[in-house]
Design a protein around this ligand. Sequence first.
Ligand code: C2E
Ligand code: CA
Ligand code: CA
Length: 758
Amino acid sequence: MATLQKNIWTIFYILLASALLFLGIVSYIQLNSIHQKYETDQINLVKLVSNATDSLFLTQEMMLNLLGNEIAREKDPNILDDLRALNPSVVSFGFTDVEGTYLYTSSNFDKSKRPNLRTEAVTRDSFDYTLTQKKMVLGRTYFIAGSGRWGIPIRKTAYDELEQPIGVMTAGIGIEGAFKIYTENLSLGDYNTVTLIRDRDHFVQFQSSNHEISKNLYEAPLPNHFLQTLFNDISQKYNISIEEMKQKSEIYTVETSSIEGRRIQIALKYEPRYELWILSEVDHSQIMYDFIQNLIIYGLIFIVIHMILFLLFKMVANAENKRRADLTFQATHDTLTQLPNRNYLQQYIQDWVYHGAPPFNLYYIDMDHFKNINDSFGHYFGDMVLIEFSKRLLSLVQKESVVIRQGGDEFIILSSYLIDDDTKLLSHIQNMTIELLKPYHIKQFNFVIGVSVGIAKYPEHGTTLDMLLRASDIAMYEAKKQRNSVHLFLPSMQEGYLNRVNVEQALHKALTNNELYMVYQPQVDKHGVIYGVEALIRWQSEELGLVPPDQFIPIAEASGLMPQLGHFIMSTTLKEMKALQMELGTSFQTSVNISIKQFMEIHFLEKLTKEIDRAKLASISLCLEITESLFIEDIDYILPLLQKIRGMGLHISMDDFGTGYSSLSILRKLPIDELKIDKSFVDTILNDITAEKMVQNIIMIGKNLDLYILAEGVETQEQEAMLKSLDCDRFQGYFYAKPLRYDALKEFFEQNHPHMSS
Ligand code: C2E
Ligand code: CA
Ligand code: CA
């Protein structure tokens, strides 16, 4: 069952893992799409910037073109002022000859103070380069003194009709004016800058930025390593050379590192006419920022869902735990009494039995004749008695003890309460049994329960549960022999026990293997006339030899074989004695022994009637021998039963009389025909005066109640004489005949014909 619990959590972890994987994939896709988004944004931006730059510079170029030609022709510098007034982005105009000397300037410019463009280091490059080009050339971005603004010089060579250069037209375009559009509309945000880089010398022409632009941005070319890695990265990604890049003038995107070494995403395009690289860059941290914002949302959703899932799983697992605990309790406890059961004992015995465990005692408690309660009162009362009994048992033991219902009416106590002295231990438990003997009130009834207790000590009598159970069971079996008693296990009991087990096994086979048969011992009256026989069972076992009945009958009773055995005895006896009486043409009484257990069986009478019917012997004279120990059973149950039996025309003989403790008052009430004086009195009658007195009393009582008196175990003439003098009227014993098999009995009858009644 633990697996289900495990399974639940496995499912949870699988769910968690798959969700994590899913989250990972989603995040990855998300990250990519954010990258893509920035990439697309930057591509669009670069396109826009490229177009804007192009058209801006083309307009300016056209203007320079017209202006240069106009100046060259008219030599009138006023036009410069006019145009400047029309075009606010132009800071100033100037016209130099091909040697770099200013010829004309707009009026805001003092031409005498202007250096020669050719000798001035800052301007020389672009000036010379302009002379080699037909198109407009951009100069280095410079700080316009006094105005606090940045400007870009644009130059274009002016030609005469013969296409000979006659001078260079230069204008300064204020960045803030002309490029305002970039900074305000053509930026993706604070995180984005667009830079125009001159290809020729890698000077920055312009950078859109919301930050203060530092002077050195325009005063030195961009570091080589930055551009080098940038171009390398693009070359590698698109498998293209720089030259091809310039020719194709497409937009390339790449991840690279910034000048400062930060990771950036770049979109780059070459603008061939003005030889500019248009570079848009976004900090990678911005992409990550976007991504993390998304991730936080997903993460929160994920966490919330999984918290809910976790709680659900926890609930299921808890319910499962509880269910399992209940199941374990159910499996290890008895539903009726709620006591731990034998499964519990098997499972938890290692708490008691282990290497170096402290000693303890195991008490095996068996209720005496509990079955009768079930049989005569029904299971409701049986159950109630068990419940009350277990409650009382619990109240009698020490806290540390474990009380187990081993099954049916058997209980086991594990007790660490130790008493060194065995006699004290026995009397301690005996006291407990006396407490248990007190009546149990259930509804209007009082039930008295005797118990037999077997004690085994750990580790003395066994170091495993099986050994201890066996030892205590053996001791309990000894206790059973006397009622309501307590026995401590003794190794000497073991032998008998082993024998018991053997006998039990062999007895099973005996029934099917025809090892059982009946013998009959004749019974004679005062005149030596045979009036009946006592049927006695014999068992000639193949394995065990001849087993005496007083040994195997209790075993048959204990192992549930008695009903079968009883049927065998009754049917064989009836069949054989009917046959014999037919053969001899006479009739005599047949006595059959009935044990207490047989007698107390719920269907005893029905079965008996069936047997008699089956034998078709309505006229047979049948006598049942019962022992007086029967009368410690419920007399209210027994009495009507005996009366019914008598009513059927059967006789009843009280066997072994004098050994038990029947009271005279009970005897008076009993519907019996015969008292059998036990053999033990007959044995000693000649030399023991108390035995003689005893026999005398029995005979007197019997006569008083109008009963026949039979003495059994008569072996000598002297015994017979003594018994006769005491007025005994029936005799049985070796002196007359041993128990005989059918043929021998027939012979005996025939030989003693003269004595037989007819
Ligand atoms: P029990 O009913 O007291 O039977 C009389 C026993 O005394 C028989 O022993 C019998 O063989 C023996 N006996 C009779 N006369 C003499 C004698 O002169 N000297 C000596 N030494 N013994 C004599 P058995 O057959 O061994 O039976 C022992 C007990 O087993 C019986 O005692 C009876 O309680 C029980 N038993 C025997 N057969 C049956 C049976 O068929 N059914 C039941 N329920 N119990 C039986
Ligand atoms: Ca008998
Ligand atoms: Ca007897």
